[in-house]
Design a binder for this molecule. Structure first.
Ligand SMILES: [Zn+2]
Length: 96
């Protein structure tokens, strides 16, 4: 006799009752101190307990594009050295 509960990827792993469906929901994250929002991010949402998980494939694609963007952002920094901080800057100017 077959198992009553076959491995169904559409069954919610949290409540084991609901079914998860692909939806586009808003997703926001902080990258480099800046809030980045994706208004329609692919996710899986349970129709019973409303648990949701963001689509892992879409997440890794987003992370890949973010890290690529950070690398290009870092590049111009190499030929523009910032001046070294002078120790005198710690003292208040109006000390006389
Ligand atoms: Zn559920």
């Amino acid at each position: 006799m077959k198992s009553l509960l076959p491995t169904n990827p559409e069954t919610c792993p949290r409540c084991m009752v609901g079914r998860i469906k692909r939806k586009l929901i808003p997703y926001s994250l902080v990258v480099d101190g800046q809030l980045l929002s994706v208004p329609r991010f692919p996710a899986w949402v349970c129709d019973v307990c409303h648990a949701y998980m963001f689509d892992p494939a879409a997440l890794s694609r987003l992370e890949a594009s973010l890290s690529a963007r950070q690398e290009t952002k870092k590049a111009p920094r190499t030929h523009r050295a910032s001046p070294p901080a002078s120790p005198a800057a710690d003292k208040p100017l109006e000390s006389f």
